[in-house]
Design a protein around this ligand. Sequence first.
Ligand code: XMP
Length: 346
Amino acid sequence: MLQAVSFDDVLLVPKRTFGGSRKQVDLTTYICGRRMKVPIFSANMSSVTEAQMAVAMRRNDGLGVLHRMCSLKEQHQMVQDVYLGVSECTVHDTPAYVSIEGTAVKALERIHSVQHLQPYGYCVDVAHADSSDVEDTLVEIRKEFPNIPIMVGNYATPEGIENLLSCNVGDALNLSFKIGIGSGSQCTTRIVTGCGLPTLESIFRIRNRVPKTVGLIADGGFKNSGDIVKALAAGANAVMLGSLLAGTKEAPGNVIKNSGGLYKVYRGSASFGQKFESGKKGYIEGEETLVPYKGHLTTILNSLVEGIKSGFSYCGALNMEEIQDNAEFVQITQHGFKESTDHGNS
Ligand code: XMP
């Protein structure tokens, strides 16, 4: 049986570092041909990305992906709020991605509702995107919108992506793929269904087979900046974060005070609370929890970016291309993992 590695199973071997400091590291990446100075998306979840988060992500050089757990009218309002909220916005576009369904009629309905605000792109949001339905949806969208950037996900393995790229879906440069099934912190998919693949394993498998020009966004399971460095080194062009950003001021929802301190609600997209609130039926593959309140997004993102740049520097890499070329992964033992974590009292 094959073994699959996740973030905690591996380390990057330190390499000769360059003369300067980590300040020289450039994290610039390209997704669907668009430049991002910080390779981080906020997750398209109702407790992570609405307008306020998307505006803050843009101001911090990342991007937000607006969720779709709402009506067309509510989503239109969100896109408009981002458009109005970002001062550097030109009359031409809104710097956020907009989530749409995996079925053609519903997906096109959402696109028609907001396309006049020219979002950066759309995210076909399906728990398991490796399906002919998703391929048909893409083909239908492309008939009307041949060039709009589209992110599709989620995928665990390369076959689905290869199948989709072989359909009539236009230039692959305008497509990117979200990678990771079952690794989200609120996800119970692996428990409920017995299926999934560690996000890092998915990146290795997919990057090996899919051309470098196709953008990969690693999604789910990030606990710290070290995990992000590993994902980028393994071949992802960017990452998507849920739990690491859910406690920030800019995430939707009020701050909750209890005896333990300040918290915000973080809700899986397939959790009971989410389904109940949006009036949707269906079985449950997610949970809801309280995450500690973390204050402003800028503070959290800055510290993640510092950690990522430091990781690049340890790998002797100045940019995304170099980290992917230089990366040497080793699989570690349980003792190695223990050594990596806080063990001062053991
Ligand atoms: P993190 O680990 O950053 O993960 O909190 C965020 C990602 O988790 C996925 N997601 C879910 N997966 N059931 C799932 O199986 C859910 O209810 C659920 N909610 C979110 C999603 O890919 C998100 O970006």
